[in-house]
Design a protein around this ligand. Structure first.
Ligand code: TEU
Length: 544
């Protein structure tokens, strides 16, 4: 990537520090392969479908793709239950399809980061099949087995994800022991205390690094270390799945060894850890001293309501936890595990009494303002496929729900056009389309310069040519209640961002009111002079 960038408004070149790695400047785009695009017409998205749409992502202006799992899997957890880490499930294509995808992406300057699921395998993985074959089997210690407690109950009180009444243990009759699974019973946890497990999972990393991937998104990576005593979770956190609580020192040693492996490869390979702990301070610890994960997801903002004060708290917490460590934050509004942000904000507003006519006006406006926020904060943003179309979750009719965690709504197939099948030309897709797919589809929005899609594109391109928004410092500014204001600066490049989280117009004080509108979430731009008045749910990027 270029060592210099042109700040269009400043009208001159500014030198960027050469040592800022690509993953600090990039905007990532999460692809959920089942639902992105279908190349073979079986109703399930695949690698060939994605490959055929790469130019659309280049046009949008993202820099890197994160692909959710495409490995061989019985699909109990839709690919997060892996039965072969080093092959592509036939549903998604072949290794040759993967190689072709990476080659095409790299030719277009798109980086490719893939999911790596180190905490658990499928119960159909040959390692577990062998482990379950007898207490003395070669792979027995690759998983976590314990004798029953004296009363016959599970070895401890840990709760699995998804079904919060279910223990994180399943009794295995044939061998008379319980095995640990922080997720489904079909996802037994690997035992990383066993050196052969660590070695095997390092080999998986090497397999894909050798194929040219730029890095990994490491699934629940904070869970690869467990307290060897497997102590009960405390009563005050009863009902929280153990995966959201597991936080032990040995994990950090393992992450340092993974980091060493990645750093041994040329070309700035990286890892973004899914550290599913609900405290930003706890998440920041997984950056170590720059020797553990390169990036970690920080979920409190994803769970934050659409309120200026709550976002301010998330930002303050992030600055406080990440600043002293010199750790680079990430920002995420949506992913494949949670209702989309448009849907979350709409549902919260409806609960607070927002009527249908107001919702009709505010729903898209909130999603647009959120896009400005996501793409102008200091850190690496992750866009989840479809948010660039302003999608809401699909309604899943009874009988079509398939996910054990109830997460189908946000995993609906992307509508590519307004024809029958929305670009999914073969079989009925595996899930229903999101609402208003006739309007909120790729083709319709590409043809409409006022669409959410074009807003994302303008934002991504503005970000790219504006050092302040990429590398710049960050300062929260005093603003009226309901408005979030901050300034980003890098050398002579400065931008002020104002986000109105309310459905009312807001007037900002004179200190914030100067400048020219670079971009407005409601497209009321046109490089006008900013008069200090924000429209309802409007976000603006101002240059001095
Ligand atoms: O998610 C980890 C995780 O903790 C969430 O699944 C969370 O418990 C859930 O979304 C609450 O609704 C990762 C993956 O992102 C997820 O898709 C997998 O199901 C999970 O790990 C197991 O691999």
């Amino acid at each position: 990537m270029a060592g210099e960038a042109r700040d269009a408004s400043a009208g001159r070149h500014e030198r960027r520090p050469r040592d800022v790695p690509w993953w600090q400047r990039a905007v990532f785009y999460q692809v959920y392969p089942r639902s992105f695009a279908d190349g073979d017409g079986d109703g399930v998205g695949d690698l060939a479908g994605l490959r055929a749409r790469l130019d659309d992502l280049v046009w949008l202006g993202v820099d890197a793709l994160w692909l959710s799992p495409f490995y061989r899997s019985p699909m109990v957890d839709f690919g997060y239950d892996v039965s072969d880490y080093c092959d592509v499930d036939p549903l998604f294509g072949t290794l040759a399809d993967f190689d072709a995808l990476v080659a095409d992406a790299h030719e277009r300057n798109l980086r490719v980061v893939i999911d790596w699921v180190p905490n658990h395998t499928s119960d159909r993985h040959p390692w577990f099949v062998d482990a379950a074959s007898g207490r003395g089997s070669a792979h027995r210690d690759w998983y976590v087995w314990r004798d029953p407690a004296p009363d016959g109950r599970p070895p401890n009180n840990w709760v699995a994800a998804f079904d919060l009444t279910a223990p994180a243990w399943t009794f295995h009759e044939p061998t008379g022991q319980w095995y640990l699974h922080l997720f489904e019973p079909a996802q037994p946890d690997l035992n990383w205390d066993e050196p052969a497990v660590e070695a095997a999972m390092h080999d998986v990393l090497r397999f894909w690094l050798d194929r040219g991937v730029d890095g990994f998104r490491a699934d629940v990576v904070h869970a690869i270390g467990k307290d060897p005593d497997l102590p009960d979770d405390l009563p005050e956190v009863a009902g929280i799945p153990h995966c959201a609580l597991n936080d032990v020192p040995v994990t950090h040693e393992r992450l340092r060894r993974i980091r060493g492996l990645l750093d041994g490869y040329p070309g700035d390979r990286m890892m973004v850890g899914e550290v599913y702990l609900l405290s930003t301070e706890a998440v920041a610890a997984y950056y170590g001293t720059g020797d553990e994960v390169h990036l970690a997801f920080n979920f409190p903002p994803l769970f934050a309501p659409w309120r200026a004060d709550r976002w301010r708290t998330c930002i303050d917490d992030t600055l406080a936890a990440f600043g002293p460590r010199d750790a680079w934050p990430t920002w995420v509004l949506s992913n494949h595990d949670n209702p989309r942000h448009r849907t979350r904000y709409d549902r919260a507003a409806a609960r607070a009494g927002e009527g249908a006519s107001v919702a009709a006006r505010r729903s898209e406006a909130r999603a647009r303002a959120a896009a400005v926020l996501l793409l102008t904060l200091r850190g690496t943003p992750f866009v989840y496929q479809g948010e660039e179309l302003g999608l809401a979750d699909a309604e899943i009719p009874e009988g079509r729900a398939v996910d054990p965690g109830g997460r189908d709504g946000c995993r609906a197939p992307l509508p590519w056009d307004d024809g029958v099948g929305h670009g999914w030309s073969g079989a009925e897709p595996w899930l229903p389309f999101p609402p208003e797919a006739g309007l909120r589809n790729r083709a319709a929005q590409a043809a409409d310069p006022g669409s959410v899609l074009h807003l994302y594109r303008r934002l991504l391109h503005l970000r790219r040519r504006t050092p302040a928004l990429v590398d710049g410092t960050f300062e929260l500014l005093e603003a009226p209640a309901g408005v979030l204001a901050y300034r980003r600066s890098a050398g002579a490049s400065t931008r002020t961002v104002l986000v109105n989280f309310t459905g009312d117009p807001q007037v900002v004080p004179p200190a914030l009111a100067s400048g020219t509108v670079d971009l407005a979430s409601d497209d009321a731009d046109g490089s006008g002079i900013f008069g200090g008045r924000l429209a309802p749910d409007q976000a603006v990027v101002l240059r001095p």
